[in-house]
Design a protein around this ligand. Structure first.
Ligand SMILES: [Fe+2]
Ligand SMILES: [Fe+2]
Length: 427
């Protein structure tokens, strides 16, 4: 007996039952929110041991603080469960470099590992557990034959240890593969990358934050590789905006049939982040062209795919058009609309189609198939989030307005193919 008339074999069985109940709660919650079946948790089997530990702590606490008033007991439950959650998250992040859950988006969170709302939920669950669930389960377990429970507990123990060892091996292999992926990313073929991605499919679906983790690391790798000339690309884009220096002739040659197309030029009429969609896609396209050329990738497809990546003709902040009714979410839908528009007027190759379809990854769940798509997705996010860049644009407009009361085209020194389709004044 350990305490409260619970034997060691009963305790093991109870731990397994409560870990299994935790698995059911997580599986139902996660499968509903992700709209597909998710086998949650770190282990292969249907057990989430943090729930087993949480239940054990509550049982021990209740035994120790039994005479205390209920409000004080609830506060103690809340504190202990919050600490359990925090330190489990902390250990996984430090040891396995994995964030198993992330409350960063919810209010009153600490390092994304715990949040006030969830701590309140755990406290309420603890009260329900100790009042109703545990007494009923304990009655059933204690009614079982002692030798039967001993056999079951030994089987569960062997199973638990085996599952734990295999799960640790999987996570370690995952860490090895992923660091190999990052370091060799630009030397691997698309098929090899695909193979690595599909090999950790279960882990990816079990941990939604893994997608963000992989994405961030690939973006970081891309940024590191191209950081040597990141500044020169931005300054070239800036000079082009000011009309002082056009992009390379080769870039215009590759993309001319698109940016001179009547339908495509309608993008000038639609506002995007801080400029028209037309200007935004030109910048992303040029950035991707230069980056892919530097990395010896297919820069033609990158430039063309990037140019078409936001080929939608509506105001995304306030949309209610046949292409995208008001109730649909622009972030998810617009790559499909861009693909349809692009296919109507141009012939796309596999890389270009992948670039357009996946440029919002990881928002659109399927990861890109080609490195060029990662570059475009990175370029899109990078340029869109450059605040200093936006400020520069606004200052530039102010300067131009001051200099010339009437809007006029900036002068160009030579036969620049972009002259006919000059940038709109920025607002
Ligand atoms: Fe987009
Ligand atoms: Fe974009």
């Amino acid at each position: 007996m350990i305490f409260d008339n619970i034997s060691i074999s009963q305790a093991i069985v109870l731990f397994a039952i409560y870990s299994f109940m935790g698995w059911i709660i997580e599986a139902v919650y996660r499968s509903i929110s992700e709209r597909q079946f998710i086998n949650p948790g770190f282990l292969y089997g249907p057990f989430i041991s943090i729930y087993g530990f949480g239940a054990a702590f509550i049982i021990i606490l209740t035994f120790l603080i039994h005479p205390w008033p209920l409000p004080i007991k609830l506060i103690v439950y809340g504190i202990v469960l919050t600490l359990t959650e925090y330190f489990t998250g902390f250990i996984f992040e430090k040891v396995f470099k994995l964030k198993l859950w992330d409350y960063s988006d919810s209010r009153f969170n600490i390092h994304g590992r715990v949040s006030l709302l969830f701590s309140l939920c755990w406290t309420a669950l603890a009260l329900i557990f100790i009042t109703f669930i545990h007494p009923a389960v304990l009655r059933h377990v204690q009614a079982q034959d002692g030798s039967f429970l001993r056999v079951i507990s030994i089987v569960l123990l062997i199973y638990g240890v085996t599952d734990f060892v295999f799960s640790i091996a999987t996570i370690t292999a995952f860490r090895r593969k992923i660091s190999y992926l990052y370091s060799e990313y630009f030397n691997l073929s698309d098929a090899e990358i695909e193979k690595i991605f599909s090999s950790f499919k279960r882990l990816r679906s079990a941990y939604p934050n893994l997608r963000r983790y992989i994405d961030n690391n690939i973006d970081m790798e891309i940024k590191n590789r191209i950081s040597t000339f990141l500044k020169s690309i931005l300054s070239k884009i800036r000079l082009n905006m000011e009309g002082r220096k056009p992009f390379e002739d080769e870039f215009y040659d590759i993309t001319k049939d698109i940016y001179t197309h009547d339908e495509f030029m309608k993008l000038k009429l639609h506002q995007h982040h801080n400029s028209s969609i037309y200007d935004h896609v030109m910048d992303v396209s040029y950035f991707s062209y230069r980056a892919c050329k530097f990395l010896k990738l297919d820069y033609q497809s990158a430039a063309r795919g990037a140019l078409l990546h936001d080929f939608f003709l509506y105001d995304w902040r306030n949309h209610d058009v046949p292409d995208l009714p008001a109730e649909k979410f622009h972030g998810i839908e617009h790559p499909k609309i861009a693909i349809a528009n692009a296919k109507k007027h141009f012939i796309l190759n596999d890389i270009e189609e992948d670039i357009i379809r996946k440029h919002m990854w990881p928002l659109t769940l399927v990861p890109p198939k080609h490195k060029e798509s990662f570059i475009v997705s990175f370029a899109d996010k990078y340029l869109a989030s450059k605040e200093f860049f936006d400020k520069f644009k606004q200052n530039n407009v102010r300067r131009q307005i001051k200099k010339t009361p009437k809007a006029h085209k900036p002068h160009k020194k030579h036969n620049d193919p972009h002259t006919q389709h000059d940038r709109e004044p920025r607002v």
